[in-house]
Design a protein around this ligand. Structure first.
Ligand SMILES: Cc1cc2nc3c(=O)[nH]c(=O)nc-3n(C[C@H](O)[C@H](O)[C@H](O)COP(=O)(O)OP(=O)(O)OC[C@H]3O[C@@H](n4cnc5c(N)ncnc54)[C@H](O)[C@@H]3O)c2cc1C
Length: 439
C-alpha cells in the first residue's frame, strides 16, 4: 500500500490504543498509516524482544494491521501541522526527514515514567520502573541481581513480579502509599482480579516482601549502586525510621506522565485528570477540540492497556464514520472510573520533598541541585517556568520529562501541560534537511 497520496487516517503510536484504532478504521475500509518510533509494534504493555512472539491476541491484531495498513516503524514523529490539504505528520528516520499527509490524525503516543528525585538517584543501577520493565521485556535483560522496587501505584506489581519470575532476587517492593494491602489492592476489583492474583502469587512464590508506607529515600554507592535507605513513612510521606538494604539495582516509579506534545502543537484543549495531571480533552467518540484530530490511550488519561485499546477502537469507528457500539462505551466508562479510583488510592504526597538534601540533583541533564532551585525561588521565581529560566532545570536533553513533575511540586504550582515545540529530540542537521514528501 505504499506510494499512496493522502491517507484517511494517520495514527501516531503503535501501542494498544494506536493499533486498535488503526485496525478498526482499516477494517472499515479507510486508508490508514501508523507510525511508531520503536522497532516493533506493541507499545509499553505488549513490548517484546526481537524474535520473541508477542502476546497471541496482540499478535493477531498486529498481523491483521500489517495486511491492511501502512506501518512505518522507526519513525520519530516530531511535529504535527495543519496545511490546506489536511494534516502533515513530520517524522525523522535513519534515512532522514519525511512527511506523511492525512485527513485525520489519531494521537496514541502513550506516557512516560514519572520519577521523583532523592539523594543518589543518579547512580548507575538506579532505573525507572518502566525502564527496568522495558529492559526485561524488550531485551531480556535483568536490571540487576538483587533488585529493590519502590514508588507508588499498581504498576510496581508487574515490575516486581516480572523481575522475580525472570530470576532476580527482589529484595522488596516498597509502596509509599498505605491503606490498601495486596489482598484489597484495587487491581483485584473490576475484572482485574486474575491479573492481580497472578502478581500476588509470583511475589509470594519468590518471597518478595510487600511493604506499604515504605519508600527508598536514598541510594548509596561510589561508582554504582550498592544499597538503598528504606524509610517507613507517615501518611504525608515524612520519614519515621530508616534501614539500609543491600541491592545492585533499584527500579523506581511514581506513576506516569501522558505525552501531550503533538496534541498541544495542534492546539488541542487539555484538562486536569483526577490527580491533577494534564491530559487531552476528548468527547464521547475520542474527538479532541481540533477538527480531524483524535486521541486515545494514555494521552487522554493514564488507565492501563485495556482502556487504551477500547479508546482506540472507539476512535477508529468514529473516524470511519461507523455507528457507536454501546458495549464499548460502557466498558470505557467502567475502566475510566477504575482509573480514577487508582489515582485516588495512589497520590504523590508532599513529604517526598523532605527526602532531598541541598545537593540532591533535581535536574540530572543540567545537573541542577535543590539549592539552585531554592535560590531561584528566593530571587522571586514563583513557578516552574521562571525557575527554569533562572536555574536551567528542564533545559537539557530530556527537556524536563524526568524533572518536570518534581519541579512543579517544588514550585508549589499545579501541573502544567509541557511546552515543547519539537516533540522528540532531533538534531539541528535533521531539522535543516529538506523533507521527502509522501512515501
Ligand atoms: C515505560 C513504561 C512501561 C510500562 N509497562 C507496563 C507493563 O508492563 N504493564 C502494564 O500493565 N502497563 C505498563 N505500562 C503502562 C502502559 O503504558 C499502558 O497500560 C498501555 O501500554 C498504554 O497503551 P497506549 O497505547 O496508550 O500507549 P503505549 O503502549 O505507551 O504506546 C505508545 C506508543 O507510541 C509511540 N510513540 C510515542 N511518541 C511517539 C512519537 N513522537 N513518534 C513516534 N512514536 C511515538 C511509542 O513508541 C509507543 O510504542 C507502562 C508504561 C510505561 C511508560
Amino acid at each position: 500500500m505504499s506510494g499512496d497520496l493522502t491517507h484517511d487516517l494517520a495514527v501516531v503510536g503503535g501501542g494498544p490504543a494506536g493499533v486498535a484504532g488503526a485496525l478498526t478504521a482499516a477494517l472499515a475500509g479507510r486508508r490508514v498509516v501508523l507510525l511508531d518510533s520503536g522497532p516493533r509494534l506493541g507499545g509499553q504493555y505488549f513490548r517484546h524482544a526481537h524474535g520473541a512472539s508477542p502476546e497471541p491476541r496482540f499478535a493477531r491484531q498486529a498481523h491483521a494491521l500489517l495486511q491492511r495498513a501502512d506501518v512505518l516503524l522507526g519513525h520519530q514523529v516530531w511535529a504535527l501541522a495543519r496545511e490546506d490539504d489536511g494534516l502533515v505528520v513530520h517524522t525523522h528516520t535513519r534515512a532522514g526527514r519525511q512527511e506523511v499527509r492525512a485527513r485525520n490524525v489519531l494521537i496514541a503516543t502513550g506516557a512516560h515514567d514519572r520519577p521523583l528525585p532523592f539523594p543518589g538517584w543518579t547512580l548507575p543501577g538506579v532505573l525507572t520502573a518502566g525502564g527496568a520493565q522495558a529492559l526485561l521485556k524488550g531485551e531480556n535483560v535483568l536490571a540487576g541481581k538483587r533488585v529493590a522496587v519502590a514508588g507508588t501505584g499498581p504498576f510496581l506489581l508487574p515490575v516486581a513480579a516480572g523481575l522475580a519470575r525472570a530470576g532476580a532476587h527482589v529484595v522488596g517492593l516498597f509502596e509509599a502509599s498505605g491503606g490498601l494491602g495486596l489482598a484489597r489492592h484495587p487491581v483485584m476489583a473490576l475484572g482485574k482480579a486474575g491479573e492481580a492474583a497472578g502478581y500476588a502469587l509470583a511475589l509470594a512464590a519468590h518471597r518478595v516482601p510487600y511493604r506499604r508506607n515504605h519508600a527508598v529515600v536514598a541510594a548509596h554507592g561510589d561508582d554504582e549502586l550498592r544499597a538503598v535507605t528504606v524509610a517507613g513513612l507517615d501518611r504525608d510521606w515524612n520519614v519515621l525510621g530508616t534501614e539500609e538494604v543491600a541491592c545492585d539495582a533499584l527500579a523506581t516509579g511514581y506513576g506516569f506522565v501522558p505525552q501531550l506534545e503533538l496534541a498541544l502543537q495542534l492546539g488541542c484543549r487539555t484538562r486536569a485528570d483526577a490527580d491533577g495531571t494534564p491530559v487531552v480533552e476528548v468527547d464521547a467518540r475520542q474527538r479532541t477540540s481540533v477538527p480531524g484530530v483524535w486521541a486515545a490511550g494514555e494521552p487522554t488519561g493514564v488507565g492501563g492497556w485495556t482502556l487504551a485499546e477500547i479508546e482506540g477502537r472507539i476512535a477508529g469507528l468514529a473516524v470511519a464514520g461507523a455507528r457507536e457500539v454501546p458495549g464499548l462505551l460502557r466498558r470505557r466508562a467502567r475502566l475510566r472510573a477504575f482509573a480514577a479510583a487508582l489515582q485516588a488510592a495512589y497520590p504523590v504526597k508532599a513529604g517526598w520533598q523532605s527526602w532531598l538534601t541541598e545537593d540532591t540533583l533535581v535536574c540530572r541533564c543540567e545537573e541542577v541541585p535543590l539549592a539552585r532551585v531554592r535560590e531561584a525561588r528566593e530571587l522571586g521565581a514563583t513557578d516552574a517556568r521562571s525557575i527554569k529560566l533562572l536555574a536551567r532545570p528542564g533545559m537539557g536533553w530530556c527537556q524536563g520529562r524526568m524533572c518536570g513533575f518534581a519541579l512543579s511540586c517544588l514550585a508549589g504550582e499545579t501541573q502544567q501541560p509541557p511546552r515543547r515545540p519539537i516533540a522528540q529530540p532531533i538534531t539541528l542537521g535533521a531539522l535543516a534537511e529538506p523533507p521527502q514528501k509522501e512515501r
